[in-house]
Structure formats: structure tokens, C-alpha cells
Design a protein around this ligand. Structure first.
Ligand SMILES: NC(=O)c1ccc[n+]([C@@H]2O[C@H](COP(=O)([O-])OP(=O)(O)OC[C@H]3O[C@@H](n4cnc5c(N)ncnc54)[C@H](O)[C@@H]3O)[C@@H](O)[C@H]2O)c1
Length: 449
């Protein structure tokens, strides 16, 4: 099938590459000329495991192409995916300007029947707005060309995006008409070999499903962080509690890890946007607001622990930070808890020596002139001359480091662990003090003498 994808970011590029991989003809369009130039040279603008080889071999095979030319892109595909960003505005509302700009472009250049597919995460009712935007442009051209608008939200996870796309848990398609239903069934047929994963439903339910899924996951995290904060005060260990409740199949072990807060481009903005939608429909979503507030507060917990240890005197101290991305296996720094930590440390007069396996370039881009930030080439370099170590992201390479080396390099042999990846008893054997999230008795454990 012939497919056009607008937006060549985490979602658009993965969608395009994976659809080409199963044999479809795909054109990816982006307004970012530099991104498209780099993609044409085989340079992948984001870090996503497994993406590079499928982009390059499908590009070389001629199934995947890149363009900045809107007209060429609209004319190319019978299926037109909208996969551009939907960032939150200052009120938490999803900003639809990029989605609607694409819709207008499609209306401006449509040359026959098209199925327009909202893959971006968009509030309930957006399909109607897209339909209206396309119709308005068609009318201006004096045309009455037939088209359909479908909701097909994306559930891939950054860091496992290719796998998630190739083996989806489900494919949600919101449509109320037969033609797009048949076309999307054919498009996704290769992903259904094991069992039919496509769930057809009405458009509004599909739009809401995406927000409901992210809001549920965010709720699990904020719930665990709240219990962790309580565990800390009650002298309990959240890791025992986690295993204790996870063993109940009604609760399960997935996604109940406490930590220094959720980040990324989706959960924070989607929880806020759903709450905002609720308000617009005269419903006060107390639960979603609480999930968001608990998470905002959780991002300050690591700084508070460091500050508490040094009795509020951080002026002139150096803090080593391991992990900057909002989660492992991505270079994405959007809403990352590490940013709140670093910015608070700088405000308090400290300097930061940081290392992340993938997001150093992105961090440099975010803080180009920050003299109190040193980006180090290795995790060991980040320790040199530092007062203590803070772990913000649970990359695999941080899980079993040389603890003696850490203890030997820090002025205060202390690890503040924002992801609970260490065992305090092991650290104590290596002479390291340990402060984690919700780990009761270990909360203010001094480094062993
Ligand atoms: N990142 C994720 O893990 C994820 C997962 C599921 C859903 N989503 C949703 O998918 C959407 C895209 O997210 P993303 O992370 O891929 O965004 P992104 O910021 O990585 O990429 C968006 C791209 O769209 C391009 N763009 C902007 N306006 C354009 C236009 N008029 N025409 C063509 N391209 C245009 C930008 O240049 C950018 O390259 C968002 O709604 C997001 O909420 C994201």
C-alpha cells in the first residue's frame, strides 16, 4: 500500500520504517529540512534500538523515502498518517497547531480519495477538527473530493519502539465507515499473523483509549511513589511492599516501580491534557490532577535528599549524575527528572558532572551555555572529584558498577539512587552510604565509618 507519514520523530519514523519493512511503500515528510537531509544520508536523528538498520535497508530498497515537499507527500499516499507533535500549552491543553497544519496541507493538495489517520495523541473530538480543516481547504479549491478521517493512536514505547510496532499488543482503529476499515485491515495484516490484534471502535473511543492507557500507567507510578514516600516515613521498604503487592495477579508486577518521577514526551502532557479535557466538559478530574501533582513533587525528592544530607549547604559542591534520559534506551530528555535535579543543584550553587550513554548530545543542546555542567565521556569520569553520586536513569551499565571505584573517588562515599537499583547491604560492604526512594530504614543511612 502507498503510505505517507507526516512527522518524522519517534512515532513517525518508527511507523514509516516498520511499514516499509513489511513491504509497503512509504514516504516520510517533515518540515525539518536538516532532519530529512540527515535521514537521506542514513543518519538517524534519534536513538532507538533496532531502528537504524531497518531505515537504511528499506531506504536502499526504495520502499522508504524522505521529503520536505508537502505536495509530493500528499499526492503519494492513499493513507496519510499524521504523526506530528502535540505538546501541551501553558494550560495543559494539547496544542493541535501542527496536526491542523498537516490537515490543511492535505486539503490543499489532495488529488483523490485519501484516508487521513490521526496517529498523534490528540484529544477526543480532534478527528472532527481535522475533517473540518480538510473540508475547508477543499472548498477553497472548489472541490468536493471524498476522504475519511480515522483515529489510530500509537502505543509504542521509546526504547522498545521497533519491537512494539512489529509485535503490538493491540492496534486500535477508530472509524465508523467501511472503506478505511478495510484499508487499515490490509495495512496491518502483516502484524496480525499470530492473532488478530486490530480492535475496531468508534473514533471518540479510540481517541480516549490512548489517553486512558497513559493515564492508567502514570497513575500506577504516582500511586507507588506515594506509597514509597509513606514507606520512608514509616520505616518500611517499598521494594518489599512492591513485591508483596505485585504477587497478587489482580495487581501484577508490571509498572509498579517507585522512582524519582515519570518524564518523557507522553505521560506528563497526556495526563494534563486529559484533565484539561475533563474541565472543558465540566468534570473535575481529581484523580488525574493528583497523579500529576504527586509526580511533580516526586521530581524534587532526589534534590531534597542531597540537600538534606549536606544540611542545605550545596554551594561549591560537585555532584556526579549518572543517567539523564527520562528512561533507559532512549536519548529523550523531555520532562526528564534529571533536569529538575540539575537545575535545583545549580540554583543551590552546586556544579554537576554528568554521564548518560545516549543523551549527552541532547543535554548539550538543552544547556549549551551552562558553565556549572560538565558532560563526561564515561561514568567513571563523572565521579572524579565529586562529593556524591546521584543515579537518575536505570541504564543497564549502571546496575553493577565497580563500587570500590565509586567509594574511592567520591569525597563523601554516598549514592542517592532515584531508581532503587542497588542493594544497601552490598553498598555498605564497599563502604558506600545509600539513599534510595521509599526504603525506610535506609533513608538516612550514613556511609559506614
Ligand atoms: N514518543 C513516544 O513515545 C510516543 C508514543 C505514542 C504516541 N506519541 C504521540 O505521537 C505524536 C508524535 O510524537 P513524537 O515523539 O514522535 O514527536 P517528535 O517531536 O519526535 O516528532 C514530531 C515531528 O513532527 C514534525 N512536524 C511538525 N510539524 C510538521 C508538519 N506540519 N509537517 C510534517 N512534519 C511536522 C517535527 O519537525 C518533528 O520531526 C505526539 O502526539 C505524541 O504524543 C508519542
Amino acid at each position: 500500500m502507498r503510505v505517507t507519514i507526516f512527522g518524522t520523530g519517534y512515532v513517525g519514523l518508527v511507523t514509516g520504517a516498520c511499514l516499509a519493512e513489511v513491504g509497503h511503500q512509504v514516504m516520510c515528510m517533515d518540515v525539518d529540512q536538516d532532519k530529512i537531509d540527515r535521514l537521506r544520508q542514513g543518519i538517524i536523528p534519534i536513538y532507538e534500538p533496532g531502528l537504524e538498520p531497518i531505515v537504511s535497508h528499506n531506504y536502499e530498497a526504495g520502499r522508504l523515502s524522505f521529503t520536505t515537499d508537502t505536495q509530493e507527500a500528499v499526492e503519494f499516499g492513499d493513507l496519510q498518517f499524521i504523526a506530528v507533535g502535540t505538546p501541551g500549552d501553558e494550560d495543559g491543553r494539547a496544542d493541535l497547531q501542527y496536526v491542523l497544519a498537516v490537515a490543511r496541507s492535505i486539503g490543499d493538495h489532495m488529488n483523490g480519495y485519501k484516508v487521513i489517520i490521526d496517529k498523534s495523541t490528540v484529544p477526543v473530538g480532534t478527528a472532527d477538527k481535522v475533517r473540518e480543516a480538510v473540508s475547508t481547504q477543499l472548498k477553497l479549491r472548489g472541490l468536493d473530493t471524498d476522504f475519511d478521517v480515522v483515529s489510530n493512536p500509537e502505543f509504542l514505547k521509546e526504547g522498545a519502539a521497533v519491537d512494539d510496532f512489529m509485535k503490538p499488543d493491540r492496534i486500535i482503529v477508530g472509524t465508523e465507515t467501511d472503506k478505511p476499515r478495510d484499508m487499515l485491515r490490509e495495512l496491518y495484516y502483516p502484524f496480525n499473523r499470530n492473532h488478530d490484534r486490530v480492535l475496531f471502535m468508534d473514533v471518540r473511543s479510540a481517541e480516549l483509549t490512548k489517553y486512558a492507557a497513559n493515564a492508567m500507567l502514570a497513575t500506577k507510578i504516582s500511586f507507588m511513589n506515594e506509597i514509597a514516600n509513606l514507606a520512608e516515613r514509616l520505616g518500611a521498604d517499598i521494594e518489599n511492599v512492591r513485591r508483596g503487592i505485585g504477587s497478587d495477579p489482580r495487581i501484577g508486577y508490571h509498572f509498579i516501580y517507585p522512582g524519582c518521577g515519570y518524564g518523557g514526551s507522553c505521560f506528563p502532557k497526556d495526563v494534563k491534557a486529559l484533565s484539561r479535557t475533563a474541565t472543558e466538559y465540566d468534570y473535575d478530574s481529581r484523580l488525574l490532577n493528583a497523579v500529576d501533582a504527586v509526580n511533580d513533587a516526586q521530581k524534587h525528592v532526589l534534590f531534597d535528599k542531597v540537600s538534606h544530607y549536606f544540611k542545605g549547604d550545596l554551594e561549591g559542591r560537585t555532584v556526579a549524575v549518572w543517567g539523564l534520559a527520562f528512561k533507559p534506551n532512549t536519548d529523550d530528555m523531555r520532562e526528564s527528572p534529571s533536569r529538575v535535579l540539575m537545575e535545583k543543584l545549580w540554583d543551590a550553587g552546586a556544579t554537576v558532572q554528568a554521564f548518560d550513554p545516549e543523551s549527552m548530545k541532547e543535554t548539550q543542546h538543552l544547556y549549551p551555555n551552562e558553565s556549572r555542567l560538565t558532560l563526561c565521556g564515561t561514568k567513571e569520569q563523572a565521579l572524579k572529584g565529586a562529593d556524591c553520586l546521584v543515579v537518575c536513569t536505570e541504564w543497564k551499565e549502571f546496575r553493577s558498577p565497580d563500587f570500590d571505584h565509586i567509594a574511592g573517588n567520591l569525597a563523601h562515599p554516598l549514592i542517592f539512587d532515584g531508581r532503587n537499583i542497588y542493594d544497601s547491604a552490598i553498598l555498605a560492604r564497599h563502604g558506600l552510604g545509600y539513599y534510595a526512594i521509599g526504603r525506610g530504614l535506609n533513608q538516612f543511612q550514613e556511609p559506614p565509618a
